[in-house]
Ligand binder design. Structure first.
Ligand code: F6P
Length: 319
């Protein structure tokens, strides 16, 4: 294979640039021509793509976001849209794709595979919810951003003796909440995977006050409910003073951590080598400190469960 393209799609995440940079430079080192597709599958449909050289991916390893741009495309969900995208690749002689994104983006790649396009996917999402990889690109940075916020909120929570609620991202999954909550010493961690009752939360908060805790940190995933609503309910039902912060898209930006830069670079290298070797319909995951090939049918459409031991530990440590 002599001509490949790189695309970032769906929600962005810190480390996407490091992955693009590594993919381009590894491909060039193997004598391949590399194209960059702008703005995800929307750009593929519009034919918005250009050849990348080594210099074009300079000065991006340290930057969050994706210099290629990204988007969510409605047209790509239709067969006609995908056929247009494939025609644009074929017109330029592009034989294979490196697709960096989350579940929706990798599912899109799978559909392209059904139309004869070779591809290798990379798990890029802050949510860490892709099956077949211990970590996704962007997760470590997002968790550190959330942790930094929790640390700061602890300061002010302690000064005022308040219950501080922190809502982090995770529409369907609690990886960010669980990891940042555990590392940040949260008293209560609420995630979509574990049902909870608000009554129990009121009880737990009052009991911890009775035991001498001066303030409390509650970390919740957005998929577990609204921190603002829960804060109001806690106030109304316990009399404790509450404040809620929603971290939102702050978690999606920022300079990628060392872990994310290394993960992105290693996964991208393995992906490009696999693609140039003619492999397709796979995602490269990171398991037990190794880059591994995961069949795309296994990686997409199912969610990676949270680690029950981590959840249990978080509960024990919050006592
Ligand atoms: O998929 C990652 C994620 O950050 C989710 O946790 C969040 O709900 C969603 O993206 C928001 O994405 P956007 O605002 O780009 O639609």
């Amino acid at each position: 294979m002599k001509k490949i393209a790189v695309i970032t799609s769906g929600g962005d995440c810190p480390g996407m640039n490091a992955a693009i940079r590594a993919a381009v430079r590894v491909a060039l080192a193997h004598g391949a021509e590399v194209w960059g597709i702008r703005n995800g599958y929307a750009g593929m449909i519009a034919g918005d793509m250009k050849v990348l050289d080594s210099r074009s991916v300079g000065d991006i390893i340290q930057k969050g976001g994706t210099f290629l741009g990204t988007a969510r495309s409605e047209e790509f969900k239709t067969l006609a849209g995908r056929q247009k995208a494939v025609a644009n690749l074929e017109a330029r002689g592009i034989e294979g794709l490196i697709v960096i994104g989350g579940d929706g983006s990798l599912t899109g790649a799978k559909y392209l595979g059904e139309l004869g396009i070779k591809f290798v996917g990379l798990p890029g999402t802050i949510d860490n919810d892709i099956w077949g990889t211990d970590y996704t690109i962007g997760f470590d940075t997002a968790v550190n951003t959330a942790l930094d916020a929790i640390n700061k909120l602890r300061d002010t929570a302690s000064s005022h003796g308040r219950v501080m609620l922190v809502e982090v991202m995770g529409r369907n999954c609690g990886w960010i909440a669980l990891t940042a909550g555990l590392a940040g010493g949260a008293e209560i961690i609420l995630i979509p995977e574990e049902p909870f009752s608000q009554e129990d939360i009121y009880k737990q908060l009052l009991e911890s006050r009775a035991k001498g805790k001066q303030y409390s940190i509650v970390v919740m995933a957005e998929g577990a409910g609204s921190a603002i609503d829960l804060g109001k309910n806690i106030r109304a039902n316990t009399g404790l003073e509450t404040r809620a912060s929603i971290l939102g898209h702050i978690q999606r930006g920022g300079a990628p951590t060392v872990s994310d830069r290394l993960l992105a670079s290693r996964l991208a290298e393995t992906a490009v080598r696999a693609l140039l070797d003619g492999k397709t319909d796979i995602m490269i995951g990171y398991r037990n400190r190794q880059c591994v090939e995961v069949a795309i049918g296994d990686a997409v459409g199912k969610k990676k469960d949270i680690d029950p031991e981590l959840y249990h530990l978080a509960q024990v440590l919050s006592q």
